[in-house]
Write a protein of this length. Structure first.
Length: 193
């Protein structure tokens, strides 16, 4: 039963407006993509959020955000373009953009485990380069320059890697290379920039 204050003609108009608003699909305000995989039997998640002033990328194997680091590139990097390191035939490393030496890493929250700092720096630099360049493996060589809008936005990266099993140095190197490759592929899969 309809309330007395609403007339039947008005009901039709209201229901049409509601139907129109329900049928409209708008783009999300903050685009987000995420994926999860098992890497060496360790559950790994990558999530990427794009905001107007920053891009946030979370890479976790521990279920925690880990250490948050902001990566920025000087605007002079715009003029450089970027080079792509060739992939490796004997290891599962894909071709990836070579990180700029001028990238600035600023810790925001928590700290990188001291013994893993060089490893974390490699991950942070490479993830930031993927965001700054918008790189995908099929990017034509003539399009290998940085988008000014993309490089002007800092990239905030949360990184929490699980410890690899204690084995020989050669095994650890091989496991780390394959983990690095898998995580970079996941970051490219979650591209929102």
């Amino acid at each position: 039963m309809l309330p007395r204050c609403i007339r039947p003609a008005r009901c039709e108009q209201v229901s049409r407006q509601m139907a129109d608003s329900l049928c409209r699909v708008e783009a999300p305000i903050f685009p987000i993509r995420q994926c999860a995989r098992l890497i060496h039997s360790v559950h790994t998640e990558v999530a990427a959020h794009s905001y107007s002033d920053r891009t946030l990328v979370i890479v976790t194997q521990t279920g925690k955000i880990g250490s948050l680091t902001q990566v920025t590139a000087p605007l002079s990097s715009l003029e450089q373009g970027f080079e792509v390191a060739p992939g490796s035939k004997d290891a599962p490393l894909p071709a990836l953009p070579v990180p700029y030496t001028s990238l600035q890493l600023v810790p925001l929250l928590s700290s990188t485990p001291p013994d893993l700092k060089p490893l974390y720096d490699v991950y942070l630099n490479q993830v930031a380069m993927l965001v700054f360049t918008g790189f995908t493996p099929d990017t034509p060589s003539h399009l290998r320059s940085c988008n000014p809008d993309r490089i002007a936005k800092p990239v905030v990266i949360g990184l929490a890697l699980a410890c690899l099993p204690n084995t020989t140095n050669e095994d650890v190197t091989s496991l780390e290379r394959s983990r690095f490759s898998a995580i970079m592929s996941m970051v490219m899969e979650c591209k929102v920039w």
